[in-house]
Ligand binder design. Structure first.
Ligand code: ZN
Length: 261
């Protein structure tokens, strides 16, 4: 029989008080409910972040004393505010939610809180939250992604010219692997803003960043090439994400700001 997944919310209060120690690591997946074009569901980022978090906690949970918090599905998706179906929190609301989360976590013995972020629009705010929660609640805080977004230094298949930032090859492949019944690949088209690739400065991941809404590039609001997606690519990406996150959790569990031991 396989062990039940180490879910924070399945514990009783007394169990939690007994089991959590100063080496306990908590994983908080963040998803989104936001438009992902005509080919992917609103829940795409939540599905991916939850699946990677569950697989990693199942793998290293016992070894590292990792527990899984419920996925936060409503997050900062206002680059998709124009679209039906997007449910978003403002930056100030999400920061306040994360600060409240930190306050609650700090009442337990756990000291390490890891944000596993499936939605690139949250990244900048999560880095702010890392420090706010460190300052306000004394927690050790970390932010990582199932896959680093291409506009934040991550890679993207060559066919996308480094611009598979939303609903493109990788994300669609992951969904073909994890939840194929939710993918309508026949509705997908290539959506790469090619002229941007000629810019040295003002481009995704370039030295000059820019504010954008997802329908600034194409009216249907996705950016990348989902037509190149396959379930095989998705399986490979998923396994690599889980492996990478497990390795990261080992470092997180031992992290002490590099102080001499
Ligand atoms: Zn997404």
């Amino acid at each position: 029989m396989t062990q039940p997944l180490r879910r924070f919310a399945d514990l009783t209060g007394p169990q939690l008080a007994e089991r959590f120690t100063d080496r306990t690591v908590l994983v908080q997946p963040l998803g989104a409910i936001e438009q992902h074009g005509p080919h992917l569901p609103l829940s795409t980022d939540s599905v991916i972040a939850t699946a990677v978090a569950e697989a990693a906690v199942a793998t290293v949970g016992d070894e590292l004393d990792v527990w899984l918090l419920p996925t936060l599905e409503y997050t900062k998706s206002n680059e998709h505010a124009w679209s039906a179906g997007t449910v978003w929190l403002s930056a100030t609301t999400l920061l306040a939610v994360l600060d409240d989360l930190g306050r609650c976590i700090a009442t337990t013995a756990a000291q390490r809180l890891v944000f596993l972020n499936g939605h690139g629009g949250n990244s900048a705010l999560l880095n702010v939250a890392n420090r706010e929660l460190r300052l306000h609640h004394g927690l050790m805080t970390f932010t990582t992604h199932p896959g680093v977004p291409p506009d934040q230094g991550g890679s993207s298949p060559p066919g996308e010219l480094g611009m598979g930032v939303h609903g493109g090859t990788d994300e669609t492949s992951l969904m073909l692997h994890l939840a194929p019944h939710l993918v309508d690949i026949g509705a997908a088209q290539r959506r790469v803003p090619e002229a941007l690739a000629e810019n040295r400065y003002v481009r995704f991941g370039g030295p000059v960043s820019f504010g954008w809404m997802s329908n600034d590039f194409f009216a249907d609001g996705y950016i990348g090439d989902p037509t190149a997606a396959t379930a095989e690519v998705g399986k490979h990406l998923f396994e690599a994400s889980v492996h990478g996150f497990c390795e990261a959790l080992r470092e997180i569990a031992a992290f002490n700001f590099g102080r001499p031991r």
